[in-house]
Design a protein around this ligand. Structure first.
Ligand code: PYC
Length: 335
């Protein structure tokens, strides 16, 4: 039978959020950098993204990673969601490391460490895989610098006034205290978070577009709802991220956690290098910390170098096909 596409993937989940690493079926990517290759892929092969990430082969929360040989790092990758392309993705970086481990491509040293650099559209990051014996037990990445761009930005919700911060951690986030707006950070709070997150994004992005928020210039696709708790082992930031087009991150969100670290440091709630647990609605943690790094100028916001550690688990391998007469060549998304 004639097939228009045959594509192999390796799938994993990071604290519940899926990553689908494309292993074959993508032509040679044109462009020099991760950003150029990503744009070229979007212009010429967006059908592959739709095939693998949309229903019936994927779903709205599915994230894909395309691997390539980088000129400046050990590996190169770009990330894409069911609706968009992402400059950086933390949970998918951890998923990618678990996939490389599954393929036997990481070689731990005598101390149980294997590291590699990864070029992504947002920059070059370093990934550290931690082993016990021959078993992968943790993946930490040193993310691109995070910073707080706008503080105490007012917004109103159902006639009540609130404040949020806007921060960058590889992607842009509006940071909102969950208890202030009545969002529960549990699985049964997701629908409410999606609805409130959507209103906040519309409001904030309209004002960013009009130049009405000092420090914020780029559209923000995600809202991170958080509450802070502490126990004997330190601070826990419980969080739920509403992503682009109103899907949500099942993981604590690597880039969102990076943005949150910048906020915690600026507010003096944690010290440089202090480890915080970033906990998702399924009670699975990332361990996170950040230190300030030199800023390009005295007027620029303080930059923080985040380190985020989590774990991913391979869930399966796929051999996807698309038949010539399949009526849903681009798949579909309902919401
Ligand atoms: O972990 O950075 C992340 C992420 C972004 C979108 C989904 N996950």
């Amino acid at each position: 039978m004639a097939h228009k596409h045959e594509i192999r993937t390796i799938d994993s989940h990071t604290a519940g959020h899926p990553t689908r690493v494309i292993m074959s079926g993508v032509p040679m990517l044109e462009g020099r950098t991760a950003q150029e290759k990503c744009v070229w892929f979007e212009q010429h092969h967006d059908d592959v993204r739709k095939l693998l990430l949309h229903e019936p082969r994927g779903h709205s929360a599915m994230v894909g990673a395309v691997l390539f040989e980088s000129d400046i790092a050990d590996h190169g990758a770009f990330f894409m969601g069911s609706y968009n392309y992402l400059p950086m993705c933390g949970h998918a970086t951890i998923g990618l490391a678990a996939t490389l481990d599954y393929l036997g491509k990481l070689k731990p040293d005598a101390q149980g460490h294997a590291s590699f650099t990864l070029e992504v559209p947002a920059g070059v990051i370093t990934v550290h895989a931690r082993y016990e014996g021959d078993r992968l037990v943790g993946v930490e990445f040193e993310n691109v610098p995070a910073y707080l761009a706008a503080r105490r930005v007012p917004f109103s919700l159902s006639g009540e006034n609130h404040e949020c911060d806007i921060a960058y951690g590889g992607n842009w986030y509006v940071l909102v205290k969950a208890s202030e707006v009545g969002v529960s950070l549990k699985p049964d709070g997701v629908q409410n978070a999606l609805s409130i997150g959507s209103s906040i994004k519309t409001d904030i992005n309209t004002r960013i577009k009009n130049g009405a928020i000092d420090g914020a210039v780029e559209p923000v696709h995600s809202v991170l709802f958080y509450d802070t708790q502490s126990d004997a082992a330190g601070i826990v930031s419980r969080q739920l991220v509403v992503l682009a087009s109103n899907k949500f991150d099942r993981s604590p969100c690597g880039t969102g956690s990076s943005a949150r670290l910048a906020q915690l440091l600026e507010d003096g709630e944690i010290k440089p290098g202090e480890r915080v647990r970033m906990r998702n609605i399924l009670d699975i943690d990332f361990a996170a910390s950040a230190r300030p790094e030199p800023s390009p100028s005295s007027s620029a916001p303080t930059l923080y170098q985040p380190r985020i550690e989590g774990m991913a688990h391979v869930t399966g391998t796929h051999f996807f096909i698309l038949g010539e007469n399949d009526p849903l060549q681009d798949g579909f998304l309902c919401a």
